[in-house]
Write a protein that binds this ligand. Structure first.
Ligand SMILES: C[S@@+](CC[C@H](N)C(=O)[O-])C[C@H]1O[C@@H](n2cnc3c(N)ncnc32)[C@H](O)[C@@H]1O
Length: 285
């Protein structure tokens, strides 16, 4: 009798396990590439922790989870990091469940769930975006994210990242997580006003592909390459070398202006001065 009971109890478990396997298979690498709708498969507690840790969430952040399922990422961002969160979800039943889950977790005030298609949602308020979506959807979302998100916004993708945009950081802890920092647009020609110019016209040309930048300065018919050029959100840095002296430029991009400091010299004899640049010509990224 006991054996029969055990078998009966085991059947639903087995069925559940089989269903889980089917669902997991639907998020396989093959499905990720095909243009199929992203199914509901929740991130585990550990996955959520890794995503929010990689994003470096703080209480000042507004975390948007695109395709928010039962709301667990938004709720964890509010509960564990003191952030505010917004979930965007196509499935109305999951939106209702998320709202109830947030209320039960005591973060109803800081967690909001919108019943919407991601493509119709206004994402401009986000400072952090999380997503666990199939590649086909992630790739289609890229232009919207680049157009709407402010430079410096961190995007964390669980397992499926962008096709061409390389991550700023990629980690593997059981699963794969990719961090992308939305880059400021810096492509074009900039007139630099810096002490090392000594009255000469310094024209900085920057070519850009996502966060990857390269270029250099045209000065009096010559060219100074920009070494170690880096862009992270609005922070631009590069090194110019003239007469065997390295000038380390760092600055914050604000639209068509960059302002910051340039350091040169070594140790106790190093100096720091202000520099700025004005964009005089935009270029294709
Ligand atoms: C793999 S689940 C991830 C859920 C949650 N983000 C997590 O990590 O636990 C993907 C979710 O995205 C939702 N989704 C898929 N396409 C969507 C779209 N175009 N707009 C809004 N939600 C979408 C699905 O309904 C599903 O809940």
């Amino acid at each position: 009798m006991r054996a029969v009971l055990r078998t009966v109890l085991l059947v639903p478990l087995f069925v559940r396990f089989a269903m889980l396997l089917c669902v997991a298979a639907s998020m396989s690498a093959r499905a990720a590439m095909l243009d199929v709708p992203t199914p509901y498969i929740p991130s585990t507690r550990g996955n959520v922790d890794e995503m929010l840790r990689l994003a470096g969430v703080t209480p000042h952040d507004v975390v948007f989870d695109l395709g928010s399922g039962d709301g667990r990422i938004v709720i964890a961002a509010a509960r564990d990091y003191g952030a505010r969160g917004v979930g965007i979800e196509l499935d109305a039943a999951l939106v209702r469940e998320s709202t109830e889950n947030a209320r039960r977790a005591g973060v109803g005030e800081r967690a909001e769930f919108r019943h919407s298609d991601i493509f119709a949602a206004d994402l401009r308020a986000a400072t952090v975006v999380t997503m666990y979506l199939l590649t086909s959807l992630v790739v289609k979302l890229e232009p919207k994210l680049l157009a709407e998100l402010k430079p410096g916004t961190r995007i964390v993708a669980h397992d499926y990242g962008f096709a061409e945009w390389k991550p700023d950081r990629k980690i593997q802890i059981s699963k794969t997580y990719m961090l992308y920092v939305v880059p400021a647009n810096v492509a074009g020609a900039w007139r630099i006003d810096a002490p090392m110019a000594k009255g000469r016209e310094f024209m900085l040309d920057i070519q850009q592909r996502y966060q990857e930048v390269r270029g250099g300065v045209r000065v009096q018919g010559g060219f100074l390459p920009a070494f170690e050029a880096q862009l992270s959100g609005e922070r631009l840095s590069f090194v110019l070398v003239e007469d065997d002296v390295s000038y380390r430029f760092e600055g914050e991009v604000r639209g068509d202006m960059v302002e910051g400091t340039v350091r040169y010299g070594v140790g106790l004899k190093s100096s720091e001065q202000r520099w700025r640049a004005q964009r005089v010509q935009s270029a294709q990224q």
